[in-house]
Design a protein around this ligand. Structure first.
Ligand SMILES: Nc1ncnc2c1ncn2[C@@H]1O[C@H](COP(=O)(O)OP(=O)(O)O)[C@@H](O)[C@H]1O
Ligand SMILES: [Mg+2]
Length: 658
């Protein structure tokens, strides 16, 4: 053993680099964050060999003063915070003052910068409609170098003490970071690097996230001299959607719903894919908190819960979402790479995210897909103004007793159809007849009348065509074929009926609440002290869920009552899960989730099976039901329930009108 001694700065930095610099992608993340923190409006990223050989990032941000340059590369040196108080409400992406020191200890790093002249504005963005080349650094650089030749400096760190060597250089306003030969001096870490392709994949993902986080900034990414992305600044919703489509695929954009909700100091906006666009991996899920990309369990849980009911097991939702809140209410200093955050009021944030998404997904009706433009604006408004579909709006029949507010949610969708005259207007009396037929078929639902009531509410309904048109036939006992002015609508009748039945059961359940049933033999379970205290503390909440749990001793609980419909479930497991949810999120949706699962099964068994012949009135009644049912666009497993083949698509098939 040798004597205790101080580590050299380089070695100390190399050790610190272990935490933040894992691969080229992590270097890019840190450098991009610095550029964005410096107020850059465009950032050019150039990499070679997946970033292993070279990463060059050039920005037009505020630059660094010559006198500050030597500091920039030293550890625990930052311009972003001064005091602990600043950290409480930090608005920049960086603040730890470690990145450049760490990176330069494990690579050949050079920083070249020219500070923005006092009072000089940012180099103006090229207007979006300007078709000229967006990235014009070369031209800018020439001009500025002619006007002044001593404003730019370059700094590198040398030796084991990482002494800063500063030398004059040519550079426009802004900063360029060049990182060559990552891990050249730490062979053990270099061995962990994967192939060029894999490393570039990670790196591109990082760029993608940053580009999604700052629409007002232009980005370009080149790999081995080839342009991979070239993104102009985006200000309008349309420009933003174009950027999202470029980064996440146009399929995603086409299948998603716009979110824009604000409440209690929180704002959530962005795009969520409808459940019919699901992924086998959770690889299209972007969540930003105050412009920072995060992966957070609380957020993930809230989103998952919102999709719970509409996604097939094992499938993943897709979304690009932005949460904005007072920086003082979120702690970003909980992880070295700042991927995680801690919310001051986690429960509020969780509920807000869940509710907003849940509602937005429930609001999607057949009509929205047929008139996507109107609906995007409409659903946005509806959510924004807080008058979206309420749970009570499902039926107006009265039998299920929650029908009071049926028409408000329904008429808007009919309203947007007003401009679409029916080709072969079917008299209302005929519809009523059809509905009545369906009502007889399902007296327990009494849906026919309900739908007619709604139809009667929307005036001029004689002139209007329902979004899903009118049934003309049944195909192989599986599909309903329906004619609308748009073309042919094909409905999977079992899937559709299943969803309708399920939604209806859920409403009845929500209405009647949870009925508790005492256990004949109370169940005693052993838990940790902490769990026992949680159970005690939340006794009232548990009661509401139909659970009566009492503390027996320091480490034991007794379950006396469970929700009636779960009497056959494993009550011990249920209680354990509920307690763990509550202690983590302050709330639990287990009982509801289980209830939903059971109802889904019941709905499946209770729904029209394939190969059952339906009459036209029955089919039409089912179509009308779909139009007024939440989430009717997909079955309980997330598969679509219907699709449309438009007239022009049919015309194309038959080479008509060419
Ligand atoms: N692209 C850049 N433009 C302007 N200043 C920069 C840039 N990159 C780094 N800096 C300066 O160097 C300092 C150190 O950067 P870094 O090591 O990443 O720490 P941090 O970002 O946590 O402050 C920053 O605080 C900033 O003042
Ligand atoms: Mg930084």
């Amino acid at each position: 053993m040798s004597r205790i001694h101080k580590l050299s700065p380089r070695l100390a930095n190399q050790i610190a680099a272990g935490e933040v610099v894992e691969r080229p992608a992590s270097v890019v993340k840190e450098l991009l964050e610095n550029s964005l923190d410096a107020g850059a409006r465009k950032v050019d990223i150039d990499v070679e060999n997946g970033g292993i050989k070279l990463i060059r990032i050039r920005d037009n941000g505020m630059g660094i003063d010559q006198s500050d340059l030597p500091m920039a590369l030293s550890r625990h040196a930052t311009s972003k915070i001064d005091t602990l108080d600043d950290l409480e409400a930090v608005a920049t992406l960086g603040f730890r003052g470690e990145a450049l020191a760490s990176i330069s200890s494990v690579s050949r790093l050079a920083l070249t910068s020219r500070p923005r002249k006092h009072g000089t504005a940012v180099i103006p963005d090229v207007a979006p409609e300007d078709e000229g080349p967006f990235f014009q650094h070369e031209a800018v650089s020439e001009r500025q170098n002619n006007s002044s030749d001593d404003g730019a400096w370059k700094v590198e760190a040398e030796g084991r003490d990482m002494d800063a060597k500063v030398s004059p250089a040519a550079h426009p306003e802004g900063t360029t970071l060049e990182v060559r030969d990552l891990f050249f001096n730490t062979p053990a870490r270099r061995k962990f690097l994967k192939t060029e392709k894999t490393e570039f994949g990670h790196l591109e993902e990082v760029v993608k996230r940053q580009a999604l986080s700052r629409f007002e900034v232009g980005f370009s990414l080149r790999h081995n001299q080839k342009t991979i992305h070239s993104l102009r600044p985006a200000s309008t919703l349309q420009d933003k959607e174009r950027r999202v489509a470029a980064l996440c695929g146009s399929q995603f954009m086409e299948s998603s719903v716009v979110i824009d909700v604000e409440a209690s100091g929180l704002k959530l906006w962005g795009w969520v894919a409808q459940p019919t666009f699901s992924r086998s991996k959770a690889d299209l899920q972007y969540f930003f908190v105050n412009g920072r990309v995060i992966r957070d369990r609380l957020v993930a849980h809230a989103v998952k819960q919102a999709y719970r009911d509409v996604l097939y097991h094992g499938r993943h939702s897709a979304f690009v979402l932005y949460l904005e809140l007072d920086p003082a209410n979120v702690d970003v200093n909980v992880h070295p790479t700042k991927h995680e955050v801690r919310f001051r009021d986690g429960r509020l944030v969780h509920d807000f995210i869940f509710r907003s998404l849940h509602k937005a997904l429930a609001d999607v009706r057949p009509d929205d897909r047929l008139n996507p433009n109107e609906s995007a604006a409409q659903s946005g408004d509806m959510i924004f103004s807080g008058q979206g579909v309420t749970p009570g709006s499902l039926v107006s029949g009265g039998q299920l007793s929650e029908g009071a507010s049926a028409s408000p949610s329904y008429s808007p969708s009919y309203g947007s159809q007003a401009a679409m005259p029916l080709r072969d207007a079917i008299p209302r009396s005929a519809i009523q007849e059809q509905m009545a037929g369906y009502g007889e078929l399902h007296p327990e639902m009494a849906r026919g009348e309900a739908a007619i009531a709604v139809l009667n509410d929307s005036n001029e309904s004689d002139q209007l065509e329902p979004p899903l048109g009118f049934a003309i036939a049944q195909l192989h006992g599986i599909y309903i074929l329906s004619q609308s002015s748009k073309g042919l609508i094909v409905v999977d009748m079992h899937a559709a009926h299943e969803r309708i039945t399920y939604e209806r059961m859920k409403h009845a359940y929500a209405d009647q609440g949870v009925k508790a049933q005492p256990l004949l033999v109370p169940v005693t379970i052993a838990v940790s002290q902490r769990e026992a205290s949680v159970a005690e503390e939340y006794e009232e909440q548990f009661q509401k869920l139909g659970l009566q749990i009492e503390r027996m001793g320091p480490e034991s609980l007794v379950i006396r009552q469970v929700p009636a419909f779960l009497r056959n479930a494993d009550s011990e497991q249920l209680v354990r899960d509920v307690i763990s949810d509550v202690s983590e999120h302050g709330t639990s949706d287990r009982v509801e989730a289980l209830a939903n699962e059971m109802m889904a099964t019941m709905a499946c068994h209770g729904s029209v099976r394939a190969n059952r012949q339906l009459t036209l009135p029955e089919m039409n009644a089912l179509l009308r039901d779909m139009e007024v049912t939440e989430r009717s666009g997909q079955c309980n497993h997330g598969r679509p329930t219907w699709t449309v083949v438009t007239m022009s698509e049919l015309d194309k098939l038959f080479l008509r009108g060419r």
